[in-house]
Design a protein around this ligand. Structure first.
Ligand code: CO8
Length: 259
């Protein structure tokens, strides 16, 4: 696929993905959603990556939501299908076998907050602002926000943010557990890359299985404890486990092969 709204840059097995619609504050239009779907379903699984950093172009906005200029078509029907397509995209991100870190470089509103929440970790610049302002438009969060915001910050505060449409600062988002780390504005991608480098030194299968087991807690029809037992068993059958345990005993740094 030719990417027109996503800019990709791969460096030392870390893929930096920039949503590149700065004039619209990187709002998620249909084309951008298609590109994200292809990227996470087809492109990323084919690459040998330590992880992915997801950010927005320019200093002002990560993603200011779904593209409101495309909303009018929903008034004649099709809104449910659009929400479903968005859910499919964000589940593809959440189920990525390599860690996806959101470098939140400004507004993360509506679909932008939902996109950040589908990533495994969130690094926010000091000036970042988070919110689910959909009720201002007479709609509700449609890309998983009603569910994932509760997972991160609990029902009471999530309900407040979604009912009032209030925005919160990066530091409040950190206090609530929505954000993993607040960093100086302009260093979000650098800091997100550093976290992926740290994770990239661990066993890749163990990382993938950790993501799978944690996600299982929230997935309907899955027993998280059973997923953990099976995933643990799988990791013990890998060369990575032999290497990790041997390296510890031999007092050296492990060199994982991902097998
Ligand atoms: N969609 C389209 N364009 C946008 C969006 C957006 N979400 N946000 C900003 N823009 C555009 C503006 O229209 C403006 O364009 P132009 O220069 O052509 O007039 C440009 O970006 C700059 O924006 P502002 O001039 O408004 O910049 P300010 O600094 O004054 O304000 C704000 C910044 C506060 C971020 C403001 O732009 C704003 O409130 N934006 C809308 C935020 C919002 O409501 N987001 C939620 C959208 S709904 C959603 O995400 C639902 C997700 C689920 C959908 C499921 C089915 C599709």
């Amino acid at each position: 696929m030719d990417y027109t709204n996503l800019q990709l840059e791969e460096n030392e097995n870390i893929l930096i993905v920039t949503i590149n619609r700065e004039k619209a504050l990187n709002a998620l239009n249909a084309r951008t959603m298609q590109e994200l779907m292809y990227l996470f379903s087809n492109d990323i699984p084919e690459r040998s990556l330590k992880g992915v950093v997801l950010t927005g172009a320019g200093p002002k906005s990560f993603v200011a939501g779904a593209d409101i200029t495309e909303f009018m078509s929903m008034a004649d029907g099709g809104g449910q299908e659009m929400a479903q397509r968005g859910h499919d995209v964000f589940f593809a991100i959440e189920r990525s076998k390599v860690p996806v870190v959101a470098a939140v470089n400004g507004f993360a509103l509506g679909g932008g907050c939902e996109l950040a929440m589908s990533c495994h970790l969130r690094i926010a610049g000091e000036h970042a602002r988070f919110g689910q302002p959909e009720v201002n438009l007479g709609i509700i969060p449609g890309y998983g926000g009603t569910q994932r915001l509760i997972q991160y910050i609990g029902k009471g505060k999530a309900m407040e943010l979604m009912l009032t449409a209030d925005m919160i600062s990066a530091s409040e988002a950190w206090q609530l557990g929505l954000v993993n780390k607040v960093v100086a504005s302009g260093t979000e991608v650098e800091e997100a890359t550093a976290i992926i480098q740290k994770i990239g030194a661990k066993g890749p299968i163990a990382i993938a299985k950790t993501i799978e087991a944690v996600n299982a807690y929230f997935e309907e029809g899955k027993n998280g404890f059973q997923t953990e037992v099976e995933a643990f068993g799988e990791t013990t059958r890998t060369q990575d486990f032999k290497e990790g345990a041997s390296a510890f005993v031999e007092k050296r740094k492990a060199n994982f092969s991902g097998k």
